[in-house]
Write a protein that binds this ligand. Structure first.
Ligand code: ADP
Ligand code: MG
Ligand code: MG
Ligand code: MG
Length: 654
């Protein structure tokens, strides 16, 4: 189970004095890792998922469903199983998460590249849910929902009750007791607020159902409260009209998601995989849409990403471009203004040896990249190529937010804590994970945009689909490159209500490289050799079109071939037995039908459930009563009631 380092976290005014020290040491640690592992080759595909749960307490007498703050006790119980070797035997493990009502689970050991392993995914997820359930109270359930509609609402929404606020978050809506009490998390929360100079401010557009007043001024915000100086933020303009206002880290880091990590053969394959999954990220964010409600209201968006981005946005007003820099401000960064939060979509491609990218970097890496100049110079000196150096010099524009006093002194040849301090608080759509020092683990990439789904079947489906996409990318040497500015446009569109059916996304349509073999080579971890010259690539920047999610996923007869047809072609070319193929097809079918609209997204399903509830007043309010029924209905879906396990009818109606 995931262990968190213990120690004394420094408050922001002390931590900031060590920021440069941590960055400098962290880069030295990275250089050691790089020098030791850049030539590492022959690692096989290993991969694994992370599923995050919210533990809900049901009060059937009062018809209330609340967030249970028992994470610590539940994990302590699970740790006993771990000590007895029982979790390992079941191939599952559990980790703490930011919210005290959350759990994270992964397989104990990563899956291999053997296609038969794909059959284990749903089974393993079901086992994790089962084991979690066995360690909950009778009236508690683990739900895989992305955003909790009840989080931060007036009245009691946690079990037990705590009044909203506390010194860490100073929130008008959330108690600090909702934060995992391990020192890391309250410190993260407080230091982000302190560094930024105000509370975070997240404003999600309200869904204007027919009885929502215009303008919408949220009656649940206490504009008069003056417990903390930051309470003035809301009345000073942080809370926008016509929006659902959220003011602390818990609203974002308290969301759940589904993440996947893949090990590559070597650093170059990892860089390629990272790049190719970048344009896929907003598409899968939109396709997995599951979060239409926040703080008791239906919102006009279906996905969570900008809520989390806003919830940890520690940039100062100068860094956000709202104020000119003071004359004495010194920074190592190439610019004072930083366009994005440290939780956001990635900003640059990495695979310098790719013939499409080489010579056309400015075409694809077309967004302004703020870098830490000192870090960039050091990485150049250490022999990092331009794109890799810029990638890390960009991550290292951020300050370390939590520094443990006891961990300041480290052995840079053996430790990686200072590096990980910055790396792991850059929460982007993709993460490029270098091998941990002293381990046998290879270069990995993490795919992070997806929203978690109600059922193990759906979560397995999206996991399997992306695993197969990565295999097809490597086997066919696929080319999905799209200018970063277009990926960013897609990220915005991916939030829109019903984006799956109503929006179009930029996507490259010529994904097969000219002169390449288009057939799979049968090797599950095959790495097709790229060809074509850099100048040819620079001259031909590819065809990008605006396609619907259906066209991107299922293809269209006259346009793009479609990701599912590519994956099916791949499966035909590798040795998969009929039974395995049959199961995989059920999962692919769910992804395909989500894209075509034959099956509803979790977000649409929740929105329709709320809007068709007898107690709903068409005022976009998700009342405690509606929330209780919603939770009960999702629980039934999770238990397999109301749909066939082959996914044919899931979420058609319920
Ligand atoms: P983090 O929270 O840092 O992203 P976790 O440990 O929670 O990491 O999850 C990492 C995932 O990667 C798990 O599903 C795990 O099974 C998987 N994994 C473990 N080792 C490897 C490896 N060598 N290659 C790829 N994936 C791995
Ligand atoms: Mg994790
Ligand atoms: Mg997690
Ligand atoms: Mg992760």
């Amino acid at each position: 189970m995931g262990l968190l380092s213990l120690g004394t976290p420094l408050p922001w005014d002390q931590a900031k004095q060590y920021a440069d020290y941590v960055r400098t040491q962290g880069i030295e640690q990275l250089i050691h890792i790089y020098n030791n592992t850049k030539g590492k080759h022959g690692d096989v595909l290993l991969w694994g998922d992370e599923v995050e749960y919210m533990v809900i307490t049901l009060d059937d007498a009062e018809k209330k469903a609340r967030l249970s703050l028992r994470q610590a006790e539940i994990l302590a119980d699970l740790a006993k199983l771990e000590e007895q070797g029982l979790l390992k035997e079941a191939d599952v493990t559990f980790h703490p998460e930011y919210g005290r009502y959350m759990l994270e689970s992964t397989p104990a050991l990563p899956y291999t590249g053997n296609p038969v392993d794909l059959l284990n995914v749903q089974r393993n997820m079901a086992k994790r849910r089962q084991i979690a359930k066995e360690h909950l109270r009778k009236n508690e359930i683990p739900l895989t929902i992305t955003s909790s509609p009840i989080l931060g609402t007036p009245g009691q929404f946690t079990e037990p009750y705590y009044p909203p606020t506390g010194p860490a978050s100073r929130s008008l809506f959330l108690p600090d007791e909702l934060i995992n009490p391990h020192a890391r998390f309250p410190t993260l929360t407080a230091n982000i607020r302190r560094r930024r100079g105000s509370k975070v401010a997240i404003n999600v557009p309200i869904f204007f159902d027919k009885n929502v007043p215009k303008p919408f001024i949220d009656p649940t915000i206490n504009f008069d409260r003056d417990l903390y100086p930051e309470d003035a933020n809301a009345r000073d303009g942080a809370a926008l009209p016509d929006h659902i206002y959220m003011d602390s880290m818990g609203f974002g880091m308290g969301c759940s998601c589904l993440q996947l990590t893949f090990q590559a053969t070597n650093i170059n394959e990892a860089r390629n995989l990272y790049d190719q999954l970048v344009p896929i990220s907003p598409i899968l964010l939109a396709l997995t849409a599951a979060s239409p409600a926040y703080r008791g209201y239906l919102s006009d968006q279906d996905t969570r990403w900008n809520v989390i981005a806003g919830s940890v946005d520690d940039r100062t007003e100068v860094e956000r471009g709202l104020k000119p820099p003071p004359p004495d401000l010194k920074t190592d960064n190439s610019d004072f203004v930083i366009p994005k939060s440290r939780y956001d979509s990635i900003d640059s491609y990495l695979a310098i040896n790719d013939p499409v990218l080489r010579g056309a970097e400015s075409h694809y890496n077309d967004s302004k990249l703020v870098v830490n100049n000192k870090v960039l110079a050091r990485l150049h000196e250490a022999g990092f190529d331009e794109l890799l150096a810029k990638h890390f010099a960009h991550l290292f524009i951020r300050d370390p937010i939590v520094i443990f006093k006891e961990l300041l002194k480290q052995d840079n040849e053996k430790d990686s804590d200072h590096f990980e301090n910055i790396q792991s608080t850059n929460w982007q759509t993709m993460r490029f994970k270098p091998p941990p020092p002293g381990s046998s683990i290879g270069w990995r990439v993490e795919f992070r945009p997806m929203e978690v789904q109600f059922t193990d079947f759906e979560n397995a489906s999206f996991s399997i689909f992306i695993v197969l996409v990565t295999r097809a990318i490597l086997s066919y040497n696929l080319n999905f490159y799209l200018p970063i500015s277009k990926v960013d446009e897609n990220m915005k569109v991916a939030h829109h209500r019903n984006a799956i059916l109503e929006e179009k996304f930029w996507f490259r349509t010529n994904v097969f490289r000219e002169g390449d073999e288009h057939s799979a080579n049968g090797d599950a971890v095959g790495n097709g050799q790229a060809n074509g010259s850099a100048s040819a690539a620079a001259a031909n920047h590819g065809n990008y079109e605006q396609l619907s999610i259906d066209e991107i996923i299922n293809g269209s007869p006259t346009g793009f071939v479609g990701l599912i047809p590519i994956v099916r072609q791949y499966l035909q070319n590798v040795n998969v037995d009929t039974e395995t193929l049959c199961t995989l097809e059920k999962h692919l079918s769910l992804v395909s039908k989500r894209a075509s609209g034959e099956l509803k997204s979790n977000a649409t399903w929740i929105r329709e459930f709320v809007r068709s509830h007898p107690a709903y007043k068409f005022d976009s309010v998700v009342s405690p009563e509606i929330h209780y029924d919603l939770v009960k209905a999702i629980e039934k879906l999770t238990n397999g009631e109301g749909w066939n396990t082959d996914g044919a009818s899931i979420l058609k109606g319920f």
